[in-house]
Design a protein around this ligand. Structure first.
Ligand code: ATP
Ligand code: MG
Length: 229
C-alpha cells in the first residue's frame, strides 16, 4: 500500500512563541518498495517528516494516507497499532536496551504485538539470520561492535514483518566499510521483501544508492531527484 502525504504542514511553537515550520506544504507519494532518502541541512525538517509518516506527531494541516486509511483521523491507540502493524524503525544510535541481549531486544516489540512464544522464537531467529548475526543473539549490546548493534536494530525493525522501515541517519555513526555493509543489507531487504525504506541522511554513500532523493529545506521539499540505480 502506498503512503501519501498531501499538503502537510507541521507548525511548532518555539519556547519564545515563534512559529516554526517543521514541514511546509509537503506532498509525497511513497509507493511500496520505494527506497528513498530525505536529504537536507540540520533543522530542515527530515526527522519531522519521518515522525509524521510514523504517526508519532500529527500535521497542523494536510492529510496522510496509507492505502485508504487516513492516519490523521486515527485515535492515538489506532496510530500506535498501525505503527506496530506496518512500520519498523532504525536510528543513528541504534537505541538498543542495554540490559537485554540482542535476541531479547528483537523479542520486545514482538511481545507488544502479542505473538506466541513459539512464533516469537521463529521470528527472532529469522531476523538474526537475515542480518547475519545468527550466532550472536545471546550477546549484550556492549559486547557488539557499532555495525553489529545496528544489525540488531535492523533485525528488531524487520522481525514484525513491516511494510515500511523509517531510518533516521542510520549510517552516521559507522565507519566507511561498516556503513557500506549496512547499506548492502538495506538493499538486500528492499529487493527480497519489497520492503519500503525512507532514510533521513547526510551520508553521500547512502544518497548514491537510493532510487529517489528528496531535498528538504526549511520544511519544504525543494527538489526531487531520481537515481538510476
Ligand atoms: N518539538 C519541537 N518543538 C519545537 N520545534 C521543533 C520541534 N521539533 C523540531 N522542531 C524544529 O523544527 C525544525 C525541523 O526539525 P527536524 O528535527 O525535523 O530537522 P532535521 O532535518 O531532522 O535536523 P537534523 O539533521 O539536525 O536531525 C527545526 O527548526 C527544529 O528546531
Ligand atoms: Mg533529524
Amino acid at each position: 500500500m502506498q503512503f501519501e502525504l498531501s499538503h502537510i504542514d507541521k507548525v511548532y511553537i518555539s519556547a519564545d512563541e515563534i512559529k516554526v515550520y517543521g514541514a511546509h506544504d509537503v506532498s509525497i507519494k511513497i509507493p511500496e518498495g520505494q527506497f528513498m532518502a530525505l536529504v537536507g541541512p540540520s533543522g530542515s525538517g527530515k526527522t519531522t517528516i519521518l515522525n509524521l509518516i510514523a504517526g508519532l506527531i500529527l500535521p497542523t494541516n494536510g492529510t496522510l494516507k496509507h492505502g485508504d486509511a487516513d492516519i490523521t483521523s486515527m485515535s492515538l491507540e489506532q496510530r500506535t497499532q498501525h505503527r506496530l502493524d506496518y512500520m519498523g524503525f532504525v536510528f543513528q544510535d541504534y537505541q538498543l536496551l542495554p540490559i537485554l541481549t540482542a535476541a531479547e531486544n528483537i523479542e520486545f516489540p514482538l511481545q507488544l504485538k502479542g505473538f506466541s512464544k513459539k512464533e516469537i522464537n521463529e521470528r527472532v531467529n529469522w531476523a538474526l539470520a537475515q542480518v547475519g548475526l545468527e550466532k550472536l543473539g545471546n550477546r549484550f549490546p556492549k559486547q557488539l561492535s557499532g555495525g553489529q548493534q545496528q544489525r540488531v536494530s535492523i533485525a528488531r525493525a524487520i522481525a514484525g514483518r513491516p511494510q515500511l522501515i523509517l531510518a533516521d541517519e542510520p549510517t552516521a555513526n559507522l565507519d566507511s566499510k561498516t556503513a557500506a555493509e549496512i547499506i548492502e543489507l538495506f538493499l538486500k531487504l528492499n529487493k527480497e521483501f519489497n520492503l519500503t525504506f525512507i532514510f533521513s541522511t547526510h551520508d553521500q554513500r547512502l544518497i548514491d544508492q537510493v532510487r529517489s532523493v528528496l531535498y528538504v529545506q526549511d520544511g519544504r521539499i525543494s527538489e526531487k531527484k531520481v537515481n538510476n540505480v
